[in-house]
Ligand binder design. Structure first.
Ligand code: PLP
Length: 482
C-alpha cells in the first residue's frame, strides 16, 4: 500500500497520512465480503470504488475523497445522538483503560452493567424486570425466540412454539431473526424461513386497504386475519407475536389507526406473548423513550439495539417483562443456570458507550426535541413533493419518514421494477449531498436522520430531496417511462 503525505489533517488518517483510495479500494474488493452487496460485480469493479468513510461530525459524514454528505439515515437508523461526540469516545476510552473486558457469566458484573440494566428497566414501559445483553438486533431476536420456547416449556406448554411475524417486518438476518423477517429476498438461496415462523399481513393501509376501507376497519381486518391464522395453526401451538411498533426496513410504515389496539386483544385471548422489536424505535426515534408507549403496546418482551449506544459500540438487549421473568425465576432450581449467553454479553466498553449515550439523550432532552420537531420532517417532505406527479404516499412519525413513488398515483400503479426508481432517487440525493436510503421493498426513499437534526437541517434535506426528485422525474420523462 502506498500513501501520500497528508496536507489536511481533517481528512488524513490517524497517522496523518492521506488514504490511497485506489490501493484501499483494490484491497477491499479483493478481500471484504460486504453485507448486501453483489459479490461479483463489486469484486470485478463494476460498481466503482467503495465509499471510504473517514470522518463524521454532527449529521454529516466525510469520505476519503473529501466529499461530505448529510447522513439522512443516521448510518442505519442508529447514530441517534449524531457523530463525533467526544463524551462517548472518552467514556469508551476510560473504560478500555480501566477494564476493557470481563465476561458476565456466573454472576460477574461491572458497575456500568448493573447501572445500565436498572436504567433500562426504569425507562422501559410496563412491568419490565430483567435485561439480557447481546451485540446486534439479530442476536437479540434470536434470544427472544429461545426465551419464548424456554418460557413455554417451563409453564408446561411445550407445543406453544410457533412465532408469528409480519410480511415486510424486519428483525435481522441470522437464522431465526432472518426467518422472522418477512421479505423473501432475505430468505432466497439461504434456506429460510425455518419452520414454526409464520407471517401475517403487513399493516400498510395505502397498499392493503380495500376500496373505501378506513384505517380502523383495515386494522380490524388485519387483526381478524391474525386470529384466523392462530385458529388454523391451533392456539396451543402459537407462542409469540413479534412486531416493530413502526415497520422500518419494510418501508418505514407507521401503523394504521387502531392497529395495535386491534392486535393485542387477539394475542391476549390465546395467551400469546408480544415481542416489541424496538431496535429502531426505542430511545427517542419517534419522540418517546419507546415506540410501545406511543401506540399503547404492552409487550412482554422488548428488543433494543441501535439507539442504545447510538452505534458508538455494538450492544443489544432483550428486556424481559415480569410475566416471563417470574417464570424463569420460579423454575430456576429445576433447570439450573439460564443456559444462554455470549462471550460479549454486557461487554464493558459497549456498556460504557450506552451509559454515556443515554446521559446525552436525557441531558439534551432529545426525545422531546423529536416529539416537537419530528413531524416537521414528514411535513417538509410532503410539502417538497406536493406538485410531483409520481408520489403515492409521504409517511412518517418522529425522525422516520418515507416517500413512496408510483407510476400513477390515481390508480396506485407501481413502476416496473427494472426502472429502479427508488435507487435512482437515492443516487440523485447522494450526488446532491444527502444520504437517503432506497428501501429494499418497492420504490421507497427512506429517511431516519440523527435525532439532533434541526428544523434548519430538515429544510436543507427537503430542498435536496426536491431537487433530486425533480431531476429523476425529468430523466424518466425523457426516457419515456412516465
Ligand atoms: N430489528 C429491527 C427492527 C431492525 O431494524 C434491525 C436492523 O435494522 C434488526 C432487528 C437487526 O439488527 P442488526 O442489524 O443489529 O442485527
Amino acid at each position: 500500500m502506498t500513501t501520500t503525505k497528508d496536507t489536511n489533517t481533517a481528512q488524513g488518517n490517524t497517522a496523518g497520512q492521506k488514504v490511497d483510495i485506489a490501493a484501499i479500494s483494490e484491497m477491499d474488493r479483493a478481500a471484504t465480503l460486504h453485507p448486501f452487496t453483489p459479490v461479483r460485480a463489486y469484486e470485478e469493479n463494476e460498481m466503482g470504488d467503495p465509499r471510504i468513510v473517514e470522518t463524521a461530525s454532527g449529521i454529516r459524514i466525510t469520505d476519503a475523497k473529501g466529499v461530505t454528505s448529510i447522513d439522512g439515515f443516521a448510518g442505519l437508523y442508529c447514530v441517534n445522538i449524531g457523530y463525533g461526540r467526544q463524551e462517548v469516545a472518552e467514556a469508551i476510552a476510560d473504560q478500555a483503560r480501566k477494564l476493557a473486558y470481563y465476561h458476565s457469566y456466573a454472576a460477574h458484573t461491572t458497575e456500568g452493567l448493573a447501572r445500565l440494566s436498572n436504567r433500562l428497566i426504569a425507562m422501559a414501559p410496563g412491568n419490565m424486570r430483567k435485561v439480557f445483553y447481546g451485540l446486534s438486533g439479530s442476536d437479540a431476536n434470536e434470544t427472544q425466540a429461545k426465551i419464548v420456547w424456554h418460557y413455554h416449556n417451563l409453564i408446561g406448554q411445550p407445543k406453544k412454539k410457533k412465532i408469528i411475524a409480519r410480511e415486510r417486518g424486519y428483525h435481522g438476518c441470522s437464522v431465526i431473526s432472518g426467518s422472522m423477517t418477512g421479505m423473501s429476498f432475505y430468505h432466497n438461496h439461504m434456506d429460510l424461513p425455518v419452520t414454526n415462523i409464520l407471517h401475517t399481513g403487513v399493516p400498510h393501509h395505502y397498499w392493503g386497504c380495500n376500496p373505501g376501507e378506513s384505517e380502523l376497519e383495515f386494522s380490524q381486518r388485519r387483526a381478524d386475519e391474525l386470529e384466523a391464522m392462530i385458529l388454523k395453526e391451533g392456539p396451543e401451538t402459537v407462542g409469540a407475536f413479534i412486531g416493530e411498533p413502526v415497520l422500518g426496513t419494510g418501508g418505514i410504515i407507521p401503523p394504521p389507526e387502531g392497529y395495535w389496539d386491534a392486535i393485542q386483544p387477539v394475542l391476549a385471548k390465546y395467551d400469546i406473548l408480544l415481542i416489541a422489536d424496538e431496535v429502531i424505535t426505542a430511545f427517542g426515534r419517534i419522540g418517546a423513550d419507546f415506540g410501545s408507549e406511543l401506540y399503547g403496546m404492552k409487550p412482554d418482551l422488548i428488543t433494543v439495539a441501535k439507539g442504545l449506544t447510538s452505534a458508538y459500540a455494538p450492544l443489544s438487549a432483550v428486556i424481559i417483562g415480569d410475566r416471563v421473568a417470574s417464570v424463569l425465576s420460579e423454575h430456576s432450581d429445576e433447570v439450573g443456570a439460564f443456559s444462554h449467553g455470549y462471550t460479549y454479553s454486557g461487554h464493558p466498553i459497549s456498556v460504557a458507550a450506552a451509559n454515556a449515550n443515554l446521559d446525552i439523550l436525557e441531558r439534551e432532552k432529545i426525545g422531546a426535541h423529536v416529539a416537537a420537531n419530528g413531524i416537521y420532517l414528514k411535513e417538509s417532505l410532503a410539502e417538497a413533493m406536493k406538485d410531483v406527479g409520481i408520489v403515492g404516499e409521504v409517511r412518517g412519525v418522529g425522525m422516520m419518514a418515507a416517500i413512496e413513488f408510483v407510476a400513477d398515483p390515481a390508480t396506485k400503479t407501481r413502476f416496473e421494477a427494472g426502472f429502479k426508481v427508488g435507487a435512482r432517487m437515492s443516487a440523485a440525493c447522494l450526488k446532491n449531498g444527502l444520504i437517503a436510503r432506497a428501501m429494499p421493498h418497492g420504490d421507497i426513499l427512506g429517511f431516519a436522520p440523527p435525532l439532533i437534526t434541526t428544523r434548519q437541517d430538515i429544510e436543507e434535506i427537503a430542498a435536496i430531496v426536491r431537487k433530486s426528485v425533480l431531476e429523476v422525474t425529468q430523466q424518466l420523462a425523457d426516457e419515456g417511462k412516465i
